[in-house]
Design a binder for this molecule. Structure first.
Ligand code: PMP
Length: 441
């Protein structure tokens, strides 16, 4: 096998093979159990082997596992769409299924592009994105992404997006949320004023950027972006792939600022992290622009073989039922507050520069010098080594550059959260002390 996002020479040094899971733990083939601190890559919600989800799949199997959605709907996908449109911002009334976060964003980008073509505004073809944004690994989503490490090698393959700087408070000389927000929005305004006639849409992750380093936005930024998009006739595409389904303490992160995007994408938590189902939500206005007689050539020619898969939609329906029954969003909000208290101590560590949190999505940035914010040398791979330590201690997570991610399943108990944070602290201490000692030799 060739594992994704993995340097195989690293993996071969100490392979990890998972054999089973139960609740918020997974167990490897040697019988060692780990806390699932990264929600099996940001998607597990209720823990592993959730009875209701297992049963939903078994029940659906008695009817059919899969039939195509190309020109033919199926029952679980209809029921799920009906349920989803009641949960998302009210302007979003149409559901287009796909199978991964990347495809859901790729679809949103293509829809936004074709929307303007279908409306006769052919010049609107460009996309605005935010630096350090991440929307998936397909060519289209890399084009609207902006993470140098992942995307630079493909530069000549990608279409050219207009990138504006992410409003990072930690890295701004003022360190002032309001200044950072106002400056960033002003920059966006200038870009829109100059080029709105060629801009089809703006793509961003709401409230917190995930893969870019768990970067939180200043309050009011997202609302400001919405206002500018409306003013300049630019479609607002919000990527809720990581943030959706309770992860930030709200069902969707857009609720923090009450925004109404034109297109919104979800995946990961949609099935509780069980099966690959994703969705792109669109407004009625966008849907209408594609509606007409076939000869008008307005059809959205896009579809994947597994789109609308019945097993996936059935498990997503069961997932949403658990959200209601267990009041999971409220629970997530309460656990976020508890986690915030735990993270206060992490911030005190001598090599922790910044702790960023939005609900149950957290990033801990390791720095060599807390005062100057200087990083450890790239080759020291300090955050990566910290996660290897954590693994030895029984916690699974992954680094993003110098940032260690903690993104536990919503089902994690307060005791387990405390245990996860304690193991993180131990792992960070082990490698930062070691790195400083090596530096002084
Ligand atoms: N958008 C965001 C915000 C993500 O965090 C991710 C995955 N981490 C994706 C898109 C891509 O999702 P997938 O890996 O399912 O293609």
């Amino acid at each position: 096998m060739w594992l994704p996002f993995t340097q195989m020479s690293d993996y071969e040094k100490d392979p990890l093979i998972i054999a089973s899971g139960e609740g918020v733990t997974v167990t490897d083939i040697h019988g060692k159990t780990y806390l699932d601190g990264y929600s099996s890559l940001w998607l597990n919600v209720h823990g592993h082997r959730k009875k209701e989800l297992d049963e939903a799949i078994q029940t659906q199997l008695q009817s059919i596992a899969h039939s195509t959605l190309l020109g033919a709907a199926n029952i679980p996908s209809i029921l799920l769409a009906e349920k989803l449109v009641k949960l998302v911002p009210e302007r979003l009334t149409r559901v287009f299924y796909s199978d991964s976060g990347a495809t859901s964003v790729e679809i949103a980008v293509k829809m936004a592009y074709q929307y303007w073509q279908n409306k006769g505004l052919e010049k609107k073809t460009r996309f605005v994105t935010v630096s350090n944004g991440y929307h998936g690994d397909t060519v289209g989503t890399m084009s609207v992404g902006s993470i140098e490490l992942y995307h630079k090698v493909y530069t000549s393959l990608l279409f050219d997006a207009l990138v504006i700087p992410f409003p990072s408070v930690y890295r701004h000389p003022s360190g002032d949320e309001n200044i950072v927000r106002d400056e960033s929005l002003q920059e966006l305004r200038l870009l829109f004023e100059e080029r709105h006639e060629e801009i089809a849409g703006m793509v961003l992750e709401p409230m917190i950027q995930g893969a870019g380093g768990m970067n939180t936005m200043p309050a009011g930024y997202l609302k400001g972006v919405e206002k500018l998009c409306n003013e300049f006739n630019v479609l607002l595409i919000v990527d809720e792939v990581a943030t959706g389904f309770g992860r930030t303490g709200k069902m969707f992160a857009v609720e923090h600022e009450g925004i109404q995007p034109d297109l919104m994408t979800v995946a990961k938590g949609l099935t509780g992290g069980y099966l690959p189902v994703a969705a792109t939500f669109a407004t009625e206005e966008i849907y209408d622009a594609f509606y007409g007689e076939y000869e008008e050539m307005k059809t959205f020619f896009h579809g994947h073989s597994y789109t609308g898969n019945q097993l996936g939609c059935a498990v997503a329906l069961a997932n949403l039922e658990i959200f209601e029954k267990e009041q999971l969003v409220k629970q997530s909000e309460e656990k976020s507050t508890f986690l915030k208290e735990l993270l206060v101590n992490v911030k005190q560590l001598p090599h922790v520069g910044d702790v960023r949190q939005c609900g149950l999505m957290c990033g801990i940035e390791i720095v060599k010098d807390k005062h100057t914010k200087e990083s450890f040398p790239l080759e020291s791979r300090v955050a990566y080594r910290a996660t290897l330590e954590m693994r030895k201690l029984g916690l699974l997570t992954r680094p993003l550059g110098d940032v260690i991610v903690l993104m536990p399943p919503l089902a994690t108990s307060n005791e387990q959260l405390a245990e996860m944070v304690a193991l993180m602290v131990e792992g960070i201490k082990a490698v930062t002390e070691e790195s400083v000692a090596m530096d002084s030799i």
